[in-house]
Design a protein. Structure first.
Length: 115
């Protein structure tokens, strides 16, 4: 069975301190190029058509909206796990479901520009 190529792709950049930023987005051939570059650089790829639809509406260079913090935090936590890394503030003995450094903040001060 042939794997279907996604018609859209979005790349996120996360520096560990501010909200993730849309670093690339595109459809068709551009989406394929985004995925090719990601594979070439061994960047983990997470497939979720609904999330891509939402993120593709944002401008390249813009931070993800607060409503998506939790969804994106879960993906970032998964990527950390895949790479064997631990985010700042993580405690393996914590009862928290999401990683502390990646949870949506109670106060917007943790994500500059969202006050």
């Amino acid at each position: 069975m042939k794997q279907e190529t996604p018609s859209k792709a979005v790349a996120l950049t996360y520096d560990g301190s501010s909200a993730p930023v849309i670093s690339a987005a595109g459809e068709s051939a551009l989406a394929e190029e985004i995925l090719r570059i990601a594979r070439e650089h061994e960047v983990p790829i997470y497939e979720n058509a609904e999330l891509v639809e939402i993120l593709a509406r944002l401008e390249v260079g813009s931070e993800i909206p607060e409503l998506l913090y939790r969804a994106i935090a879960e993906i970032i936590a998964f990527v950390y796990m895949l790479k064997g890394k631990t985010p700042t503030g993580f405690s393996p003995h914590s009862d928290a479901v999401a990683l502390p450094a990646l949870q949506a903040p109670e106060r917007d001060a943790d994500f500059p520009g969202t006050e």
